[in-house]
Design a protein around this ligand. Structure first.
Ligand code: NI
Length: 177
C-alpha cells in the first residue's frame, strides 16, 4: 500500500499535458494504478488522475459506492481508464458542485456536458466503451481534464459559487477534501 502525496493547485506539474500509455500489463503501470487506488481511497476521493501524484501519463481512476464527499451522488462503478477519449453526444450542459483533491477545502459550481460517450482501456488493454450521464459523466470530464492540465476552477463561470466548503455549506458534514 502506497498512499502518495497529492499535488496541489499552483504546482506546475498539474498544468502539463500528459502523454499516452504505450504499454499495458507492465509492472510500472500496475504499480501506478495500485498507488492511485490507495491514494484515492485513503482520501475518500471520487476520482484521481495520474498527474495529481506527479505522473504525467493519461491514466485516471474513479468510482465509489457512497461518497462522503458527494453524499447526493449516485454510485459510479470503480473504473481504471487509460488513454481516454471523450465524445459529446449533445451540447446540453448541466451545472453541479465539484471539489478536487488538488484544491483542498474548496468547492465550485461547474458546467459540464450532461451526457457523453467515453472510450479508453483498462489496465490490461481491454477496451472500455460507455455512454453515461449525470455525476458519472461529470467525474469523467473532471478527471480527464487533469490529463490536459485543466483544473476545475478554470471551468467555473459563476464565481459567486466558488469558495470554501465550510462557508458554502455551513453546518453540513461535508468531508474536508
Ligand atoms: Ni481533481
Amino acid at each position: 500500500m502506497a498512499v502518495r502525496p497529492v499535488l496541489r493547485m499552483g504546482d506546475p506539474r498539474l498544468l502539463q499535458v500528459s502523454r499516452p500509455v504505450d504499454r499495458f500489463g507492465s509492472p510500472e503501470l500496475d504499480d501506478l494504478l495500485r498507488d492511485m487506488e490507495d491514494t484515492m481511497r485513503a482520501l475518500d476521493g471520487a476520482g484521481l488522475a495520474a498527474p495529481q501524484i506527479g505522473v504525467a501519463l493519461r491514466v485516471v481512476i474513479f468510482g465509489f459506492s457512497a461518497s462522503p464527499r458527494y453524499p447526493e451522488a449516485e454510485p459510479v462503478p470503480y473504473t481504471v481508464l487509460v488513454n481516454p477519449a471523450l465524445e459529446a453526444l449533445s451540447d446540453e450542459l448541466e451545472e453541479g458542485w465539484e471539489g478536487c483533491l488538488s484544491v483542498p477545502g474548496l468547492r465550485g459550481w461547474v458546467p459540464r456536458l450532461r451526457r457523453l460517450r467515453y472510450r479508453g482501456f483498462d489496465a490490461r488493454g481491454q477496451l472500455i466503451d460507455r455512454t453515461v450521464e449525470g455525476f458519472h459523466a461529470r467525474v469523467v470530464q473532471h478527471e480527464c481534464d487533469h490529463l490536459d492540465g485543466i483544473l476545475y476552477p478554470m471551468r467555473v463561470r459563476d464565481f459567486t459559487r466558488f469558495g470554501f466548503t465550510e462557508e458554502l455549506f455551513p453546518g453540513q458534514a461535508v468531508a474536508d477534501d
